[in-house]
Design a protein around this ligand. Structure first.
Ligand code: ZN
Length: 124
């Protein structure tokens, strides 16, 4: 999973704020999805805040933190199997058409550390 990885400075700051290597969980999301469906495509992982704005995505998305991945599977049954496998692992998952957005951190939980994330400049 070397494609589109979050840069070292983002990893360092997030792991410092969260007190754990959160990227092991992000990586595990991809591995679990691949186990559920070897044909799944990893479409997007880390995005710079500027890229996130260009795409019109949520300002406080987890893509600029490198803790969210977007997976693509056109087949609805295969997609459902991916979603189920990831939810069973405790990931926060949202289906958006043929895309599956997966977050390593629950959105409510990330709100609690948002002031520290903002202070670290990770959304700038
Ligand atoms: Zn996403």
């Amino acid at each position: 999973m070397s494609w589109n990885e979050p840069p070292p400075e983002v990893r360092r700051e997030m792991n410092r704020i969260l007190g754990e290597d959160i990227y092991l969980r992000a990586q595990r999301a991809w591995e679990r999805a691949r186990q559920a469906d070897p044909d799944v495509i990893l479409e997007s992982w880390f995005r710079t805040p500027a890229r996130q704005r260009e795409l019109g995505g949520a300002t406080y998305s987890q893509h600029p933190l490198g803790t969210a991945v977007d997976l693509v599977q056109r087949d609805a049954a295969k997609r459902a199997a991916i979603v189920e496998a990831l939810r069973r692992e405790g990931f926060w998952v949202q289906e958006r058409g043929r895309r599956v957005h997966v977050q390593a951190i629950h959105p409510e939980w990330v709100q609690r550390v948002l002031p520290q994330i903002l202070a670290a400049g990770l959304y700038r």
